[in-house]
Design a binder for this molecule. Structure first.
Ligand code: BES
Ligand code: MN
Length: 454
């Protein structure tokens, strides 16, 4: 083990250089025009798996983006770890707010800045490098290893959901290891055991068949933007509760133990408000901020368009308006059921003077993970060794839709070993990853394999 750790430490600069190469590939899954880059990125990842000693590496074509698979299964009698990650990244807009090129990684202040530096190239690269270190130093690995890297996580993980159902034998394992979440705070090693789900739709409101003069027609014809705004306003009550009938009926309450754990974690509303640039936080009444973030569902408008949006003024009753609305869900809410109820409710709120259509984007199931597994214990010890501190347990506000399939389809214990920070600006301009977390991540990964392999 010691030799492997020394090897990692002395090769760390090369790992950074390689990560920069990985980050140069513009694997934006949301935009059709980046398809070639996405394909190139899958090739790059496959090559890295080969370099890390994987005996079988395959790029599986799908209806969407390719899935990269690699395995090394020569540790007879040892457990098998499946490592999941996603090589696709979010779009970079608004590009003018980036201090350096999002696809030309730059190191400033001990952080590496680029789209995907944290979410998720930097985070899963950690495991490729730790596996490689074992392979280079000892010629073998302490556990059997399978990698699965997808290119659609940021757009709903459609292809891999099907892939898992069709390749249960290929993916059979004793634990799934994922680094795609956040640490509770700087220098605090963290395992997350919950993720929120998601239900994402677009509400399209149509009024008159074309834009109309607001003088000639205003007062006689419903304005789709006004009506959409009224509908959105009715989706929450004055206490911040979502008004969709039955919305909360399956919401799982925190256990007494979880509440205890929450109390132990230090948290400051003031600091969070300062971090995000607001005067005070806001949300559902009767719950603490951590409770709201980790265990309560939400409904948010992500974007809204309609009417005249150029510079200057134009006097119209617009023909159309639309809003992208997402709901973060918690166990045991069912995204499909929530979707149905949302549509029914919004239709009921709409006056006859407009028509409402819905476009469904994607949905994902929420999950809570059993902490009582060998894999979690091994990961907790490994993180503590690498960070020199006790590991804490958190739930996440974000979503990784595929995790539920690992639990339900593969029936595998999952470990969410997050290495990012909520201040790393994922999905935002100037996304970054702390180099010390990249480094401690590789070490944690190595310790985990050592520990889990016994
Ligand atoms: N890495 C994130 C999930 C995440 C975000 C974990 C924040 C912890 C904190 C992941 O890549 C992501 O962005 N997921 C999407 C899923 C969606 C597009 C289906 C999300 O949560 O919005
Ligand atoms: Mn993401």
């Amino acid at each position: 083990m010691e030799e492997v750790i020394n090897y990692i430490n002395s090769n760390f600069n090369n790992y950074l250089t390689e990560l920069k190469e990985y980050l140069r590939i513009k694997s934006v899954s949301a935009l059709e025009s980046y398809k070639d880059e996405v394909a190139k990125c899958a090739e790059f990842a496959a090559q890295k798996l080969k370099d890390a000693g994987m005996k079988r590496v395959e790029i599986f074509k799908t209806d969407g983006n390719p899935i990269v698979y690699g395995e090394w299964l020569e540790a007879q009698g040892k457990p098998t770890v499946l490592i999941y990650g996603h090589y696709d990244v979010q779009p970079v807009d608004p590009i003018e707010l980036w201090k350096s090129d999002p696809f030309e990684a730059e190191i400033r202040d001990g952080k590496i800045y680029a789209r995907g530096a944290n979410d998720n190239k930097g985070q899963h690269f950690v495991h490729i490098k730790s596996v490689e270190a074992f392979y280079k130093v000892t010629g073998k690995l302490p556990v059997n290893v399978k990698f699965i890297l997808e290119g659609e996580e940021e757009v709903g993980s459609v292809s891999i959901t099907k892939f898992i159902k069709e390749h249960k034998d290929l993916l059979k394992c004793d634990a799934v290891l994922i680094s795609d979440t956040s640490m509770y705070a700087e220098d605090v090693p963290t395992i997350s055991y919950g993720l929120r789900g998601l239900c994402y739709l677009e509400v399209q409101v149509t009024g008159p068949s074309k834009d109309l003069h607001s003088g000639s027609f205003g007062g006689a014809v419903a304005n789709p933007i006004n009506e959409l705004a009224k509908i959105i306003a009715k989706l929450h009550d004055k206490n911040g509760k979502i008004t969709i009938p039955g919305f909360y009926k399956n919401v799982m309450k925190l256990t007494a133990q979880e509440k205890e754990n929450l109390k132990k974690l230090r948290f400051s509303d003031k600091e969070l408000a300062k971090q995000v640039g607001v005067k005070e936080l806001s949300g559902e009444k009767g719950y603490s901020t951590l409770e709201r973030l980790w265990s309560r569902p939400t409904l948010d408008c992500n974007g809204i368009v309609g009417g005249f949006i150029e510079d200057g003024a134009k006097t119209i009753i617009p023909s159309k308006a639309s809003a992208k609305i997402s709901m973060r869900l918690v166990p045991n809410q069912n995204p499909k059921e929530i979707q149905r109820e949302f549509i029914k409710y919004v239709k009921s709120l709409a006056p006859k003077s407009i028509t409402v259509d819905f476009k469904i984007h994607h949905y994902g199931y929420p999950v809570v993970i059993d902490l009582n597994t060998k894999a979690i214990k091994a990961a907790s010890n490994a993180l503590s060794k690498a960070f020199g501190k006790k590991t804490v347990y958190t739930r996440e506000g974000g979503s990784i839709p595929i995790v539920v399939d690992f639990v339900k389809e593969l029936k595998s214990p999952v470990v969410l070993m997050g290495l990012g920070l909520d201040t790393d600006d994922i999905h935002s301009p100037n996304e970054h990853f702390h180099i010390k977390n990249f480094e401690r991540g590789i070490l944690s990964s190595a310790y985990f394999f050592g520990e889990f392999g016994g």
